[in-house]
Design a protein around this ligand. Structure first.
Ligand code: THU
Length: 136
């Protein structure tokens, strides 16, 4: 599969995941999808909670799905949400992604119409702390 095929498949998965969001408090529905090292796509949505801080982001859901399926590396990421500016992963999710992705991992910001902006994880989270900092 070409990078462009992966991009459209990942964005479609993030868009479908967005439709499943549980976001009754913010009403800000987000879907995310990660492509793993085996070429598989894992998706997730944000899951809010009446105890507001207990909610979590779409990226966290997608990463959880990846790990549960045996994926260990994220090689591309797509986020789908509708906002005036392209929606990028929050700071905490950038760090969560960093656990499984390299600096050159593409992060595609999409809305219901498709790609809005393209970044890399390294651009979104420069000089990051990661697994390599810890002793074996
Ligand atoms: N949210 C995500 O799920 N991912 C992002 O990249 C940005 C923010 C969620 C968290 C919360 O449920 C809602 O969007 C509003 O912040």
């Amino acid at each position: 599969m070409s990078m462009l095929d992966h991009q459209s498949a990942l964005i479609a998965a993030a868009r479908a995941a967005r439709a499943m969001a549980h976001a009754p408090y913010s009403r800000f529905a987000v879907g995310a999808a990660v492509l793993d090292e085996q070429g598989r796509i894992h998706a997730g949505c944000n899951v809010e909670n009446a105890a507001y801080p207990q909610g979590w982001c779409a990226e966290a859901s997608a990463l959880s799905a990846m790990v549960m399926a045996g994926g260990r590396r994220a090689v591309a990421v797509a986020v789908c949400a509708v906002a005036p500016q392209p929606v990028t992963p929050c700071g905490g999710c950038r760090q969560k992604l960093r656990e499984f992705a390299a600096d050159d991992c593409p992060v595609w910001a999409a809305d219901e119409s498709g790609l809005r902006a393209a970044y890399t994880l390294g651009a979104l989270l420069p000089h990051s702390f990661g697994p390599d900092h810890l002793p074996e």
